[in-house]
Design a protein around this ligand. Structure first.
Ligand code: FES
Ligand code: FES
Length: 156
């Protein structure tokens, strides 16, 4: 006999009201219930940042969160974040990705950094992304992309 529980939240501004397995992680709910595959599954241990989403605007590693714990909260995934244009352009311009597996987490983490610190130093950028692993080791391009995005926003 299967046991389910009801999850009510919003994902990218759309109401989600579904019966789910209470053991489901948020990353699994985002990908497999909501069908939003831009959020990646990497380590499932909180180490790689591939599963990064926003909960009520704050970046969170969604493999560390039970889906049922986001009752009545607002989830935003890479598909629904509307404030990433300069950062995405900068990642393209600076070759800030290779396979792209880490890019969702890197971009959302960079956006949070630039929101809180619009002109970060290189050291501050490296510290901010230290919880996100790039298995292609493309860190120099990622740091350059975040700097470029900061400069673009400063000019805007
Ligand atoms: S899959 Fe969540 S931190 Fe790696
Ligand atoms: S670009 Fe491949 S994991 Fe970062």
């Amino acid at each position: 006999m299967s046991c389910t529980s009801r999850l009510r939240c919003t994902i990218n501004g759309v109401a989600c009201d579904r019966e789910i397995d209470p053991r489901l992680l948020l990353v699994e709910a985002v990908r497999d219930v909501a069908g939003l595959k831009g959020t990646r599954v990497g380590c499932l241990t909180g180490d790689c940042g591939a599963c990064t989403v926003r909960i009520d605007g704050a970046v969170v590693k969604s493999c560390l969160v039970l889906a049922l714990s986001v009752e009545d909260r607002a989830i935003t995934t890479i598909e629904g974040a509307g404030d990433l244009t300069e950062i995405q352009h900068a990642f393209v311009a600076e070759n800030g990705f290779q396979c792209g597996f880490c890019t969702t987490g890197m971009v959302l983490t960079a956006a949070e950094l630039l929101r809180d610190n619009p002109r970060p130093s290189e050291a501050e950028i490296r510290r901010a992304i230290s919880g996100n692993l790039c298995r292609c080791t493309g860190y120099d391009g990622i740091v350059a992309a975040v700097r470029r995005a900061a400069e673009a926003r400063a000019r805007a």
